[in-house]
Design a protein around this ligand. Structure first.
Ligand code: ADP
Length: 334
């Protein structure tokens, strides 16, 4: 598993759960979403009714699940947790919906991956608090409407654009999460070092924050490795020295690029003179499948302006050359 993968693994779930902020006030970053959410929650509280359905969209690892749990906790409501891929049949959803209690929060992670018939059942349930239970089969089948208590769907998606419009329209509020700046990541790390019971210096924390790709999940993972390093080397403190040494050992460089990211940039600049070069040629040069290069390395390299996608293939941008300490051939960028 890659240290800078923004997606979480099964093994990490417990570690992550222990670090999740419980209240909105303890959730650093995303000031806009926080303010919007706090209004929605406060208004619902005053009216003593469940709030509108809420959607969180944004890249993995930025806190969508954490916010869903915070919504429930701020409302003092129970939460039921499931995900789009777990709902393969409308019947799966009907079973969940019909067992919800008044005011409950239903968290649907990866909501864009729900099966189509379940999606249709969900619109109706969100809009009218009703499901049609189909009894019998064939021409004799009848739909028996079943009233549901008022509940709140909190959906999370990395691909808001993939949600069918009718489903998107059922959400009263969408919070768009964006990458964190280094200062917010440092706040998160300082708090988590505390929770983990390791002393940390400001410099150590800042060093980790700068290599975390704007993503709290990655920041937490790097923090755990730096803590390991500090403990094994008898330093017992997350400081600049342990942060640098640990992250060098794990191949995460100053900008948060790992070995694969750098291999791609090296190949682009050294072997292909900066490109453009086709994806499959580039992949062969780094000894990976094209799909790995495209889905694992490329998104961050493109987002951060190291690499550009052109109609003729992948090309290195000036930042790639600078990062590798290389000079592009004369006239390359003119
Ligand atoms: P997502 O659902 O968007 O993939 P999660 O909510 O599961 O992200 O967050 C991943 C990890 O990052 C969790 O351990 C969580 O505690 C941490 N995290 C995310 N955002 C924040 C934040 N703003 N403050 C503190 N920790 C955060």
């Amino acid at each position: 598993p890659r240290l800078v993968d923004p997606n979480g693994t099964e093994d990490e779930q417990q570690l992550e759960a222990a670090l999740r902020p419980k209240k909105l006030a303890d959730f650093p970053g995303q000031p806009r979403v926080r303010e919007q959410l706090s209004l929605v929650i406060e208004a619902a509280r005053r009216r003593a009714t469940p709030p509108d359905h809420i959607l969180f969209s944004g890249p993995p690892g930025l806190g969508k699940t954490s916010l869903a749990m915070i919504v429930a906790s701020e409302l003092e409501a129970p939460i039921r947790i499931t995900s789009g891929p777990a709902i393969q049949h409308a019947g799966d959803l009907a079973a969940i919906l019909s067992s919800l209690n008044e005011g409950e929060v239903l968290f649907l992670d990866e909501i864009h991956r729900m099966a189509r018939p379940a999606e249709e059942m969900l619109y109706l349930a969100m809009e009218d608090f009703r499901v049609d239970v189909i009894v019998g089969k064939g021409p004799g089948a009848t739909a028996i409407p079943l009233e549901l208590p008022r509940f709140t769907v909190v959906g999370a998606t990395t691909r808001a654009g993939l949600l069918p419009a009718p489903l998107r329209d059922r959400f009263g509020f969408t919070g768009h999460l964006d990458y964190y700046d280094a200062a917010d990541l440092a706040d998160i790390l300082a708090r988590n070092a505390d929770l983990l019971g390791v002393p940390a210096t400001r410099e150590g924390i800042t060093e980790i924050a700068g290599r975390s790709r704007g993503t709290p999940r990655i920041a937490n993972r790097l923090l755990r490795r730096v803590r390991d390093y500090a403990q094994v080397h008898g330093r017992h403190v997350v400081d600049l020295t342990s942060a640098r040494a640990a992250l060098e050992l794990f191949d995460v460089d100053d900008d948060g690029l790992d070995r694969l990211d750098r291999a791609v940039l090296e190949a682009l600049c050294r072997r292909f003179g900066g490109g453009p070069v086709g994806l499959s040629t580039l992949a062969v040069a780094v000894g990976e499948e094209p799909d790995t290069v495209e889905t694992v390395a490329e998104p961050y390299l493109v987002r951060e302006g190291y690499m550009i996608r052109t109609p003729r293939g992948r090309a290195a941008s000036p930042r790639a050359w600078t990062h590798l300490g290389l000079r592009p051939p004369d006239g390359h960028f003119t």
